[in-house]
Design a protein around this ligand. Structure first.
Ligand code: PEP
Ligand code: MG
Length: 586
């Protein structure tokens, strides 16, 4: 029995069996095969991956020639040559068509054999090519893993996925009847994969560094997504203990669920609006069931991330209309697509960005891809004829971006009006505040926007210079930091002065302690994942807004995040022990 510790990203306890997704960067793929009938499709998959890799290499070669000269760029020609070399391709293709090997195994075993021969070759020219072969294998395997999903036949009803890393798309695509949770080598607390796990109520622990090399398929595993622990090969006594904990957690959840129909109001009568965050329309049912009063954040980029081809205007429209119908008159805030950073498969780009979190993402991406942006805006407008919708632009950093977004919206409105298509002419348009520059300039933005929504996931990352997806700096990712609190205070003040609504839709709003601070800073709307709604409500109902205000004032006055967070947690534990005693709820 082995106990490992990682970063808890999605609450819940599960006992299951390992289903290992190989993403082997060390270029060793276990022997795996496909059915004879599927061999032609497997060959085709290899061909697609090979062609995609060549296209990337062509682009890299061109770029490198421009930047570094023909000589230095030659390295890419070797790779392109290898991908067209019959002495490499023939054995790979034969392994697939004759032995029915998987494309991954055929690729990795062929290139590994070749690398071994090169490494032992007396001529040093051959030896120097070993790393290139390794690189090539990595490139092909990455393309292949992008083109495939986990073989569903390997899953049974209690599978727990163990992977090096997962994309939000892979996570969203899991068969929910079989996959009970997941653990990964990489990842951070608010990565989008983690958010999807929360949305799907899939217990998950990330950032375990090397879990993929410690497990084998079918091994028994316990995942505690609340505490961040993973136990391999648990003994019968441990299984028994965890089985009891699962039962207790189930009961606690039922108890909390009873709060769903009670109002979210503080002990001194301040009403807090509790909304839900969604990635998929179907989550609305869960939001309403847990007592949410509407949707404060619809992450529409998942319409792109979960399909092979970009959604059409009709696809957008149908999704938004479905949400509006399910909400039946309640509020729906649609965020325009937030592609980029970890929500855009950089691997599929010919030339990935070097620093995608500071790159072409969110509103920047939309403004550069106008056709796509306008398609979405038209669909949102059309859906607004069916019920209340607000539009929100992500990652706005300067006023010009907000104005440009509105400019396109107005143009689409004019066109729809000309065509006689109905829409809500007074639709509200707001922005996310998730960049320190925007928070610091919130007084100026407040003159132009209809509302603010603070996105702490990104705001914390950009304020503290901590990559939200990087497990190595996860301990530095602390929302209860005086610097973050000061920014939230500025935004809240700017909004309240102009009497425009301000909400928070980052994951930290689901942390009862941070929620108390938000209330203390004047935020009256919180938008969180469905499963967090009861926890937040319990905290709200046990606190007064006046006390939250004193708490926030004090927290902001500290010099360090550790003083601020220990003060806040200690105070809250004394005031509402049942909500802040740290007892995990599964
Ligand atoms: C945020 O940044 O806090 C947010 C809600 O947006 P996302 O997590 O989708 O980047
Ligand atoms: Mg964000």
């Amino acid at each position: 029995m082995k106990k490992l510790r990682g970063i808890p990203v999605s609450k819940g306890l599960v006992i299951g069996r390992v289903a290992l997704i190989e993403h082997d960067l060390s270029f060793r793929i276990p022997r795996s095969s496909v059915d004879q009938a599927n061999a032609p499709a497997e060959l085709e998959r290899f061909e697609l991956a090979r062609r995609a890799a060549i296209a990337d290499l062509d682009a890299l070669h061109e770029q490198a020639t421009g930047e570094m000269g023909e000589q230095a760029a030659k390295i890419f020609l070797f790779h392109i040559g290898a991908l067209n070399d019959p002495s490499i391709l023939k054995p790979i293709r034969e392994k697939i068509s004759t032995d029915h090997s998987s494309a991954e195994y055929a690729t990795s075993s062929t290139l590994r054999d070749l690398a071994e021969r090169f490494a032992n070759h007396p001529d040093s020219t051959f030896q120097s090519k070993v790393d290139d072969l390794r690189d090539l294998a990595h490139r092909l395997l990455t393309k292949l893993s992008g083109a495939t999903t986990l073989d569903p036949t390997r899953l049974n009803e209690n599978s727990i996925i163990v992977a090096h890393d997962l994309t939000p798309t892979q996570t969203a695509g899991f068969d929910r009847d079989k996959v009970m949770g997941f653990v990964t080598d990489l990842g951070g607390r608010t990565s989008h994969t983690a958010i999807v796990a929360g949305a799907l109520s899939l217990p998950a622990v990330v950032g375990l560094s090397d879990i993929t090399s410690r497990v084998r398929d079918g091994q028994t595993i316990i995942v505690d997504g609340t505490r961040g622990t993973v136990i391999l090969d648990p003994d019968p006594e441990t299984i028994e203990t965890y089985a009891r904990a699962i039962e207790r957690a189930r009961e606690a959840k039922l108890e909390l669920h009873e709060l769903a129909q009670l109002p979210a109001v503080t002990t001194d009568g301040v009403e807090i609006e509790l909304l839900g965050n969604i990635e998929f329309a179907d989550e609305i049912e869960h939001i309403l069931d847990e007592g949410g009063k509407g949707v404060g954040l619809y992450r529409t980029e998942f319409l792109y991330l979960t399909r092979e081809v970009p959604p059409t205007e009709e696809d957008h429209y149908e999704s938004y209309k479905k949400c509006v119908e399910m909400l039946d008159g309640r509020e729906l805030t649609i965020r325009t697509i937030d592609l980029g950073a970890d929500k855009y498969t950089q691997l599929q780009e010919a030339i990935p960005e070097r620093n995608p979190f500071l790159g072409l993402r969110s509103i920047r991406y939309s403004l550069k891809n106008q056709k796509m942006f306008r398609t979405q805006l038209r669909a949102i407008l059309r859906a607004s004829a069916h019920g209340p919708i607000k539009i929100m632009f992500p990652l706005v950093t300067n006023i010009a971006e907000f104005r440009s977004g509105k400019y396109f919206l107005r143009e689409e409105m004019e066109e729809l009006a000309e065509q006689g298509v109905p829409f809500d002419e007074s639709i509200k348009v707001g922005m996310m505040v998730e960049v320190p520059a925007a928070a610091l300039m919130s007084h100026a933005f407040a003159r132009e926007v209809d509302f603010f929504s603070v996105g702490t996931n990104d705001l914390v990352q950009y304020t503290l210079a901590v990559d939200r997806t990087n497990e190595r700096v996860a301990s530095l990712y602390t929302p209860i930091h005086p610097a973050v609190l000061r920014l939230v205070r500025d935004v809240s003040r700017a909004a309240n002065r102009r009497e425009i609504p301000v909400s928070c839709c980052g994951e930290s709003a689901a942390d009862p302690a941070f929620a108390a601070l938000l209330i203390g800073l004047g935020v009256r709307t919180l938008s969180v994942t469905a499963s967090s709604l009861p926890l937040v409500k319990r905290a709200i109902r046990g606190l007064s807004a006046a006390r939250c205000e004193r708490l926030a004032k004090k927290a902001i006055s500290f010099d360090s995040e550790s003083e601020a967070s220990s003060y806040v947690l200690n105070r809250l534990k004394k005031i509402v022990p049942e909500a802040f005693d740290g007892r995990p709820v599964g």
